[in-house]
Design a protein. Structure first.
Length: 243
């Protein structure tokens, strides 16, 4: 199929990095954004070494100006934006009565506002070209709430709601939600209540899927015919069903 210009946020590790490799391998040009530009540079070098096409730029999804600059710069260089993968996310879990308000705000800023900033930057360009594809990475915790996940789940439920609304409003733009369960990422290593996060890491050691599995789902949605919209893909390790 023809090359697409694919922008990926949170691309320095985990699902974002795996998606970058997978999509570049499929012949697409990937534009990678994250705060850790040293990791992005190394990833781009690896992709190019393997014959893929990639570039990177510094990106802070909590800043509307940063996201707009990231998207607009890619559009100026390539003349179009075919796909935006809103992947950046954080997951510092804790009970609500722990009152970790700063971490609540961080999840809202990255997971929810970051997604909104991506949509705000890309939507006018996609509407002008009459096509486009927005992919929001949610979570199985955006379908079910467990103890200690209330705020994280709230942001991921909201990411799904945004996708539903965008799909109903924009008939020329495809919209997909990818909802993975335990995946090999850095989400369970940063912040949160120490006991809760230790419990999450114990479960993750048993249940983690490779990030490549989620990258394959993203690629599947992108590579469908233009008339087909993959609304949502939920991905779980098979062993999770027994829990």
């Amino acid at each position: 199929m023809s090359e697409k210009i694919v922008l990926i946020t949170g691309a320095s590790s985990g699902i974002g990095a795996a998606a970058a490799r997978r999509l570049a391998w499929s012949g697409h040009h990937v534009v990678l954004g994250a705060r850790r530009t040293d990791r992005l540079a190394a990833l781009v070098a690896d992709i190019r070494k393997d014959g893929g096409s990639a570039e990177h730029a510094a990106l802070d999804v909590t800043s509307a100006d940063s996201v707009d600059s990231f998207v607009q710069s890619a559009h100026r260089r390539h003349g179009r934006i075919d796909v935006l993968v809103n992947n950046a996310g954080v997951m510092p879990l804790s009970r609500l009565d722990a009152l970790r308000v700063e971490e609540w705000n961080q999840m809202i800023d990255v997971n929810l506002r970051g997604t909104l900033h991506g949509i705000a930057a890309a939507l006018p360009l996609m509407r002008a070209q009459g096509s486009g594809h927005v992919i929001n990475v949610s979570s199985t915790l955006g379908h079910d709430v467990v103890p200690n996940s209330a705020v994280y789940s709230a942001t991921k439920f909201a990411v799904r709601a945004l996708a539903d609304g965008l799909r109903k409003e924009q008939q020329d733009i495809r919209v997909t939600v990818i909802s993975p369960s335990f995946t090999e990422t850095e989400l369970n290593t940063l912040g949160g209540d120490p006991d809760t996060m230790a419990w999450v890491r114990t479960l993750a050691d048993k249940l983690n899927m490779p990030a490549d599995a989620v990258a394959d789902a993203i690629a599947y949605a992108i590579e469908q015919p233009a008339s087909i919209d993959v609304n949502e893909i939920v991905i779980r390790p098979i062993v999770e069903a027994a829990l």
